[in-house]
Write a protein that binds this ligand. Structure first.
Ligand SMILES: CC(C)(COP(=O)(O)OP(=O)(O)OC[C@H]1O[C@@H](n2cnc3c(N)ncnc32)[C@H](O)[C@@H]1OP(=O)(O)O)[C@@H](O)C(=O)NCCC(=O)NCCS
Length: 169
C-alpha cells in the first residue's frame, strides 16, 4: 500500500472513486456547503495498491468561531477493496500531516463514531456547534490536533462556516 499526495492527473480517478463508494445522495449532503472551494492541497491524499488508486481522503479548511479549522472528508475506498486497511492508513496519515502543519486546533467531521473513535475522534456535542443543514444525531465528531489544545472556554454555539477566502483563491 502506498499513500501519497494527489496530483492533477489523479483528479478524475478520485471523482470516480468517490462516486462509486458513496450513495447517490452524497453531493447533496449539507457538508458540501462547507466545501465551496479547493481542498487543502497538501492534505489531498490517495492510497494505491501500487497499480491503481483505490482510496482517497481530502480535507477542507473551514471557519469555526471565526478561526480556521479543518474538516475531514470525503474518505472513500473502492467498494471491492474495503476492509483491508486503506481507510485507516489514509486517516492516520492525513492526521499526522495535519498535525505537522500546525495551522489548526482541531478537526471536525460528520461520520460514524464507531469508525472514527480509533483515530481519537469523539462526539462534538451538537449544541456546541451550528452545522449548515440537517445532521443525523451523534454524527458530528471532533479531534484535537497535537500541540494544540481544545479551548474548552470557547463561546458556543459556534457556527461552522466555509472558508470563503479559500474558495475565492
Ligand atoms: C468508510 C470507509 C472509508 C472505510 O475504509 P476501509 O478501507 O473499508 O476501512 P479499513 O479497512 O481501514 O477499516 C475497516 C474497519 O472499519 C469498519 N468500518 C468500515 N466502515 C464503517 C462504518 N461506517 N462504521 C463503523 N465501522 C466501519 C469495518 O467494520 C472494519 O472494522 P475492524 O477494523 O474492526 O475489522 C469505506 O468503507 C468506504 O469508502 N465507505 C463508503 C464511503 C463512506 O461511507 N465514507 C466515510 C464517510 S464518513
Amino acid at each position: 500500500m502506498d499513500i501519497r499526495v494527489q496530483s492533477d492527473a489523479d483528479k478524475e480517478r478520485v471523482e470516480t472513486l468517490v462516486c462509486l463508494s458513496f450513495s447517490e445522495q452524497h453531493p447533496g449532503r449539507a457538508v458540501w456547503k462547507l466545501r465551496p472551494g479547493a481542498p487543502v492541497a497538501e492534505l489531498c491524499l490517495v492510497a494505491s495498491d501500487y497499480r491503481d488508486i483505490v482510496g482517497s481522503l481530502r480535507f477542507w479548511e473551514i471557519l469555526v468561531a471565526g478561526r480556521p479549522q479543518l474538516l475531514l472528508g470525503p474518505l472513500a475506498v473502492l467498494p471491492e477493496l474495503q476492509g483491508r486497511g486503506f481507510g485507516r492508513a489514509l486517516v492516520s496519515d492525513g492526521l499526522r500531516r495535519a498535525e505537522q502543519m500546525r495551522r489548526w486546533s482541531f478537526v471536525l467531521l460528520s461520520g460514524d463514531t464507531q469508525y472514527y473513535q480509533r483515530f481519537g475522534f469523539t462526539e462534538a456535542g451538537e449544541d456546541r456547534f451550528i452545522w449548515p443543514g440537517k445532521l443525523a444525531p451523534n454524527k458530528l465528531l471532533i479531534r484535537p490536533l497535537k500541540r494544540k489544545q481544545l479551548d474548552e472556554n470557547l463561546p458556543g454555539p459556534m457556527a461552522i462556516l466555509p472558508h470563503i477566502e479559500k474558495a475565492a483563491e
